[in-house]
Each structure stands twice: as C-alpha cells, then as structure tokens.
Design a protein around this ligand. Structure first.
Ligand SMILES: [Zn+2]
Length: 106
C-alpha cells in the first residue's frame, strides 16, 4: 500500500469517540498478515487507540447476484472490507457502555 492510498483511507475514517478525522501522523503501527494489513491509529484529540484491519491488496471480484438466490453467507476467511470497518466505527460511535458490555455483544 502506498502512502497515497493510505492517506485516502485515513481521510475517510473518523475517531469513534470524538469524530476527529485520522491523519497520516496518527498511524502508530502497521502490520501485514495473510488477511491484510492492520493499522493501529491514535486519535490526536482524545488519545483513543483503534486497531483497524484493511483488506489485502487483491480486490475481490464483484459477485454476480443470481436473481432468485439468497445472498451467500460470508466466508469467515473473507478479509474485512473498508465498509466493514466503517460499520464497526459507526457501531462503536453509538455504543454506550463498558468494554465488558461491548465484548458481550460480539
Ligand atoms: Zn478521538
């Protein structure tokens, strides 16, 4: 991943606590694995640390929806998409409770 695409992703992410946008300087750590890259981000305003998984470089080809078929169940091995990350961010932004309560909902 080059710096341009990384900053493009960071521009779309906001801190789930205070809604400040992440910027390049907030990236603390990047690790790469089979399922993609993990970024650890720290909000410069409220210091909340968030770990996000990015999909690996290979783009999944779009699925062709069969008109009468139900949506296929997502494979557990499918990489987390940027949309998934944003969904989790929205969930965390609205969540009010302790970390213990949060983990019980997973
Ligand atoms: Zn924040």
């Amino acid at each position: 991943m080059d710096a341009g695409s990384l900053s493009a992703i960071l521009k779309r992410l906001v801190c789930p606590r205070c809604r400040k946008r992440y910027e390049g300087a907030d990236v603390l750590f990047i690790s790469a694995g089979d399922s993609g890259k993990a970024l650890t981000l720290r909000c410069v305003r409220c210091r909340l640390r968030v770990r996000v998984m990015l999909p690996s470089g290979k783009r999944q080809p779009p699925r062709k929806a069969h008109p009468n078929a139900e949506a296929p169940a997502r494979s557990k091995r499918q990489p987390i998409s940027e949309a998934d990350v944003l969904r989790v961010q929205r969930f965390l932004a609205d969540f009010r409770g302790s970390m213990e309560q949060l983990l019980q909902q997973i």
